[in-house]
Design a protein around this ligand. Structure first.
Ligand code: AMP
Length: 293
């Protein structure tokens, strides 16, 4: 079942029976299983997830699947970057045990999919209203991957903070027998969070993109300095973003409760708080977030 279609010797499976067989063998050997779901075009952020998974579990499966059902019409599904050879080398170097990279038809044999997972509440703010259907696609494909790989632990990046919260909520509500581990965001020297979508940025946009981290850092500094008003922290986020991004291109600049994702009036340490921003730079949409101290 393992296909040697690349220079490194990492096992790679395109079929569900293929990866299931390898996972079952590892489990028979008494090994624990880790899963790192990705959409490929891997970078150092993904590598950090794989390394963490390899440190915490015995056999790490990385899935690489650009999931069509989480992209809306007019989003970047068709042009999303794809680079399997490079991805396999990164997985190998970071300690993966194998890579599951199915075609769309393997995951959705009946077309667009006919059974879905809806997570309510935590999908209703931030990205939810802006990308209708996105989290339904994410939750559904993540549940499918959990069913296919049957891992003990799955690893997700804080970079996509709302996605992490949605997956955690799904696991709790549906009693899925898997643990979810979060990995902190890996950043460029100027603070820009690594993202496969950064490849879309022109040189000029790339320079302006550092404003997301500047905005989040200003919010952190304000809270550290005693600012507790949610609205004033939102204002700091917006003002900083507006130095590089026009108002219509700011999708949100929010301060929310870290668990419910509902807007917070006060950031006073009584509840864990998080600042999240989403902006459009030319044709590229960028998101980032940070815990507020
Ligand atoms: P993606 O391939 O963009 O779907 O991301 C796959 C996983 O990698 C998700 O759990 C992301 O949150 C995580 N990830 C993406 N970028 C980063 C980053 N810069 N640092 C840490 N994790 C990341």
């Amino acid at each position: 079942m393992s296909i040697a279609n690349h220079a490194c010797r990492l096992p790679a499976w395109k079929t569900i029976p293929g990866v299931r067989h390898a996972v079952a063998e590892a489990r028979r050997d008494g090994r624990t299983i880790g899963l790192v779901p990705t959409m490929g075009a891997l970078h150092e952020g993904h590598a950090a997830l794989i390394r963490e998974a390899a440190a915490r579990t015995d056999f790490v499966v990385v899935s690489i699947f650009v999931n069509p059902t989480q992209f809306g019409p007019g989003e970047d599904f068709a042009r999303y970057p794809r680079n399997l050879e490079g991805d396999l080398a990164i997985c190998d170097a970071a300690g993966a045990g194998g890579v599951f990279h199915p075609e769309v038809e393997e995951m959705y044999p009946h077309g667009k999919g006919h059974a879905f997972v809806e997570v309510e509440g935590v999908t209703e703010s931030l990205e939810g209203p802006i990308r209708p259907g996105h989290f339904r696609g994410v939750a559904t494909v993540v549940l499918k991957l959990f069913q296919i790989v049957a891992a003990d632990v799955a690893f997700f990046g804080e970079k996509d903070y709302q996605q992490l919260v949605v997956v955690r909520r799904m696991v709790e509500e549906l009693n899925l027998p898997i643990a979810i581990e979060a990995v902190p965001t890996v950043r460029e020297p100027d603070g820009l969070a690594l993202s496969s979508r950064n490849a879309y940025l022109s040189v000029e946009e790339r320079a302006r993109a550092a404003v997301l981290w500047r905005a989040l850092s200003s919010a952190r500094a304000a809270v550290a300095g005693g600012e507790a008003s949610g609205d004033r922290i939102r204002q700091i986020l917006r003002r900083t973003l507006e130095s590089e991004v026009g108002l219509p291109d700011i999708d949100y600049a929010e301060v929310v409760d870290s668990e419910s994702l509902m807007p917070l009036e006060r950031v006073d340490g009584s509840r864990a708080a998080r600042a999240l921003v989403a902006v459009r730079l030319g044709k590229t949409r960028l998101i980032d977030n940070t815990p507020l101290p």
